[in-house]
Write a protein that binds this ligand. Structure first.
Ligand code: SF4
Length: 364
């Protein structure tokens, strides 16, 4: 197992579930397993811990999800040019620890690493939605958790890839900063699963992305899943506007294209560092010595601290030009930016979310 756990808590009603059995069978013997009546209580923040968020990451809670699994992307809003993404929440929190991660604020009150043992209910939900959907759907599991972290324990990816492989109107996006691809290599995705990696320059990785796979390892993993029949995409997000960022991100793209031809990449999503005041305060409190979290961003109209708009625009435009030099049809879009920024940076109008979502789902 690549990530360490202090303990696993299993909700009594889920103790006979396939997920609980798989995790317990694969768990190193030194990790204690406790049965609890209500996983929500085990997932709550331990207010006595020096860093309750970090402590939560080391506590896996296998429990029943009591609410819907599917929802629109939490980043979607009328303010932004969105990509029409649907989120399937199969887990919450993440064993890695990136200094800029929005989960530091979003799940601060319940940071236990929750995994939902009734995840097959999500498939029934999705089948109901498909019956009325007017377009192909792209569904991701990597919003409130990394899609593959702990997959060697949970094995959830096998059921997911298998479900999507049998439905031509759906695309699954697994989003990760790991190289935990062992389960994926054993299944034929029939072109219905796309694995996306968030990529950062070495400097950001070393400064702010604790316990993630190194950028070169992410690229090597992407190449392996591509060869195994998966589609791949990349998120350059968050792009941090430090001195020398333009050169570092361009070098990162050089490194990527020397391993994977642009024509084989489905998309690039670009997004600048953005932090609500609450997230910025939490990040600076937890990582006071990370220079990349100490920038002088400005408070943008959406209430988040961001790099000055002309600086973001220049970075996006330069990266878009670098990708365009590869002369492929790879799609480039912006995440959580306005239609105006999209037009200025990428030189074209932002497509409607439904149209972009359908395009990304089709992969053409
Ligand atoms: S890998 Fe993603 S979810 Fe995990 S800590 Fe980093 S930003 Fe957060």
């Amino acid at each position: 197992m690549k990530f360490e756990l202090d303990a696993v808590y299993v909700e009594a009603a889920m103790s006979a579930s396939a997920l609980a059995r798989r995790v317990i069978a694969a768990l190193p013997g030194a990790v204690p397993v406790y049965t609890v009546a209500d996983g929500r209580i085990a997932a709550r923040a331990d207010r006595g811990a020096a860093d309750s968020f970090a402590a939560g990451k080391r506590r896996m809670v296998i429990m029943r999800r009591r609410t819907r699994f599917l929802m629109g992307c939490p980043a979607a809003s009328n303010e932004f040019a969105c990509c029409g993404y649907l989120v399937m929440e199969l887990a919450s929190n993440c064993p890695m620890d990136c200094g800029y991660c929005f989960l530091q604020e979003f799940v601060a009150d319940n940071p236990g690493f929750q995994v939902y043992a009734n995840y097959a209910d999500a498939f029934a939900e999705l089948d109901r939605l498909r019956a009325t959907a007017a377009r192909p759907l792209r569904v991701g599991t990597g919003e409130l958790a990394d899609s593959l972290a702990f997959d060697s324990l949970t094995g959830i990816s096998r059921d997911l890839v298998d479900y999507f492989a049998r439905r031509d109107d759906l695309t699954l996006e697994l989003k990760t900063k790991t190289d935990e691809i062992g389960n994926l290599l054993a299944i034929d995705p029939r072109g219905r699963t796309l694995v996306s990696w968030t990529l950062s320059p070495e400097r950001v990785f070393r400064s702010s992305e604790r316990r993630t796979a190194a950028p070169a390892a992410r690229i090597a993993a992407a190449r392996r899943v591509l060869e195994a029949g998966y589609r791949v995409g990349f998120h350059l997000d968050p792009i941090i506007a430090y001195d020398g960022a333009g050169r570092d991100y361009a070098d990162l793209l050089d490194q990527l294209f020397s391993a994977i031809a642009a024509a084989r990449i489905d998309f690039f999503s670009l997004g600048g560092l953005r932090m609500t005041p609450g997230l910025r305060a939490a990040a600076r409190r937890r990582f006071p010595r990370d220079p990349l979290l100490a920038g002088e961003e400005v408070l943008a109209p959406d209430g988040r601290y961001r790099a000055f708009a002309p600086l973001r625009m220049r970075l996006y435009a330069a990266l878009n030009e670098r990708i365009a030099r590869e002369r492929s049809a790879t799609k480039v879009y912006l995440c959580m930016e306005s239609a105006g920024m999209f037009r200025r940076a990428l030189g074209e109008a932002a497509p409607a979310p439904a149209a972009l979502g359908a395009r990304l789902a089709r992969g053409s």
